[in-house]
Design a protein around this ligand. Sequence first.
Ligand code: IPE
Ligand code: IPE
Ligand code: MG
Length: 247
Amino acid sequence: MASDLLARIRLNGDVPRHVAVIMDGNGRWARQRGLPRHLGHREGMKSVREAIEGSVDAGIEILTLFAFSTENWQRPAREVSALMGLLQRYARKEREELRRQGVEVHVLGELDRVDPGTRQAVEAIVEGTRGGDRLRLNLMISYGGREEIVRAARELAARVREGALAPSQIDESLFQSSLFTAGVPDPDLLIRTSGEYRISNFLLWQLAYTEIHISPVLWPDFNREHLWEAVEDYQRRERRFGRVSAT
Ligand code: IPE
Ligand code: IPE
Ligand code: MG
């Protein structure tokens, strides 16, 4: 039973502090039903709610959701605008509820490329949920791992040219603080849905030692129990970080 699973992972104690999710399979979910792709994306919004509430229930502190990648801009214009419309609606509709649940929303990515209506809506949800102390939710929008690294390098190079920074001062910690995820601990667990075994340019720097759980479930069918199953799988792992086993 679902509540047993939740009790079990909580009792185990080693709940991942930060969980990142590549929410994949909306298009296939729709195709299996003979529906247009955008209806798969719409259905996927319910799973976003499930993942958030399931994270709060499990005691996860940070949830990072890959909502739209740099490469997704190359999808047909109709699909891109449907996705932006959904994001905008989500941000407007859920703001109050997220605030009530104690969820603090952060939006990370190249927002300059996002249309003004959607940008305003996501800025408003960030503003309206500030101070939430039960869960930090990072919505990754117009985000790409390589682009993030290049941006950080460019920013650091500019500071060197200004004379504000010496090349020898650039270390992993300074580099980390130049990424969109500055100050956020690396994910402990990465979940990818729809059975695809790849990273698709997500959090390239941050996933260095993250445990990976691939779920066969298509994102619109993903619910909180699937999230807890992934957490239970994580709890069976032994994280070595390149060192030798403790036993
Ligand atoms: C994930 O579902 C949502 C986004 C990438 C925005 P997809 O749209 O990639 O669905 P599939 O992979 O085609 O099934
Ligand atoms: C990754 O899924 C991006 C998001 C979930 C937002 P994609 O469906 O875009 O990735 P590929 O094309 O299967 O690698
Ligand atoms: Mg996909």
